[in-house]
Design a protein around this ligand. Structure first.
Ligand code: ZN
Length: 423
């Protein structure tokens, strides 16, 4: 018998998503569901998952164990949101209003809005203020089932502010339940003061920012906005290559607004993840598949920016690229913290099945953050991070209805209306 201190008891179905990660092609939709199942954990790690009677026989509940009555629910792995900009200062909600009234992003940027406005506010904010502002955003994400979240810097665009943002992310990781995966993104935009000397800014990122970030051990990832008008493929490659010997692994914003060489750059530098990919073509998809890059798609960004199109998920899946999903939570066009909303957009906007979207939001998100050993599926030895959905997987599409009945992080019920009883 194995000891357990929490039992998620007798769910209608447990979508374990167990098996190899990441998942590509036909396997993208393999959620390995078990009907009438339970999950048990001890000290945060899963010790048993399977048919309810088998789990009941195989574990001994500790005297103070928590039992969650999961009847009527579908249990899925905690959502892994592999792309966010959740740390920022300032308020750009009025830009939303103007965009809905017809203003273009270029017009808003010309009037001092856009990323530049967030950079100004973030440079002025204290580290403590950045932390306080981000806490409720992470709580909102947790309530929607997000148990692990990538977070980027990139609203500083100077060394001191980039470091301040990353220190805020480190503090946030210790102050709330969602596990955070920190990304340095000094190459989010060319700051205004470097607009006529962009090469000097690229040197600043490579020569000063990256070593400073590495020295303090503040980030796992190095990200670049590779796009027409932002960083070229050559600049992106130089920045991403420079991070590698410092232990900062590459990921990239690729082909969001135009076919800009982003997917090709991702493949060439061996990026772990290429994100957005709205304009990726067949050659780009093949290059990503050959290089083993995860495609992290952000349909909520395309939705809120009214881009009128989504990334070609079916092309990517057909070519064997593992697809992940993320929210792109940010101050300008990322107004929803909700992975269920992203899953619904993936299904109804990009032609993915709900099963494919679930794998994208869990197993493949974990792979996009190189955390598959710990999270992304419900298997013995992994963290018990899971979401209890009222009803079935299809209920995730009931946007606005409170279908996330419970969220468990590291074996603790941390959100949702579901109560638990003690043994
Ligand atoms: Zn982004």
């Amino acid at each position: 018998m194995t000891r357990a201190d929490i039992l998620i008891d007798h769910a209608d179905s447990v979508a374990t998503c167990r098996g190899p990660a990441p998942r590509a092609g036909r396997a993208q939709g393999d959620i390995a569901a078990i009907p009438g199942a339970s999950v048990a954990a001890w000290r945060g790690r899963i010790v048993a998952v399977g048919p309810a009677d088998e789990v009941a026989r195989s574990v001994t509940l500790e005297p103070d164990a928590v039992v969650v009555d999961a009847r009527g629910t579908t249990v899925v792995p905690g959502f892994v949101d592999a792309h966010t900009h959740v740390v920022f200062a300032g308020d750009r909600r009025e830009e939303l209003t103007r965009r809905l009234a017809g203003a273009t992003y270029a017009e808003i940027a010309a009037a001092g809005g856009g990323i530049v406005r967030t950079v100004t506010a973030t440079r002025e904010a204290s580290e403590a203020a950045l932390v306080e502002a981000a806490l409720p955003r992470l709580a909102d994400a947790l309530a929607q089932g997000t148990t692990t979240c990538e977070v980027k810097s990139g609203y500083g665009l100077d060394t001191a502010t980039e470091l301040k943002m990353l220190r805020a992310i480190r503090t946030l990781a210790a102050r709330q339940p969602v596990d955070l995966s920190p990304t340095f993104m000094g190459a989010h935009e060319i700051p205004v003061e470097y607009r006529d000397r962009r090469a000097a800014y690229v040197r600043l990122v490579i020569d000063e920012m990256l070593p400073a970030v590495a020295r303090e051990g503040l980030a796992e990832w190095n990200d670049v906005f590779c796009e027409s008008g932002v960083f070229t493929p050559a600049e992106s490659r130089a920045i991403l290559d420079a991070g590698k010997p410092l232990g900062l692994r590459p990921r990239i914003h690729a082909d969001e607004l135009a076919l800009s060489g982003g997917a090709m750059t991702a493949a060439a530098v061996g990026a772990v993840s290429a994100d957005h990919l709205i304009h990726v073509d067949e050659a780009g998809a093949t290059a990503l598949a050959d290089a083993g890059v995860v495609a992290t798609l952000l349909p909520a960004a395309a939705f809120f920016l009214k881009l009128g199109r989504y990334a070609p998920a079916r092309l990517l899946i057909g070519r064997g690229v593992p697809v992940a999903l993320a929210t792109d939570m940010n101050p300008g066009g990322g107004f929803s913290p909700s992975m269920p909303f992203v899953i619904a957009l993936a299904a109804f906007g990009m032609g993915m099945t709900l099963e494919e979207a679930l794998v994208a939001a869990t197993v493949n998100g974990a792979a996009a953050l190189r955390r598959s050993h710990d999270i992304g599926s419900l298997e013995d030895g992994k963290l018990l991070d899971c979401v209890l959905i009222d009803g079935t997987l299809a209920d995730l599409a009931r946007i606005g209805a409170p279908v996330v009945a419970g969220v468990v992080k590291r074996g603790r019920l941390v959100a949702g209306r579901l109560g638990s009883s003690r043994v």
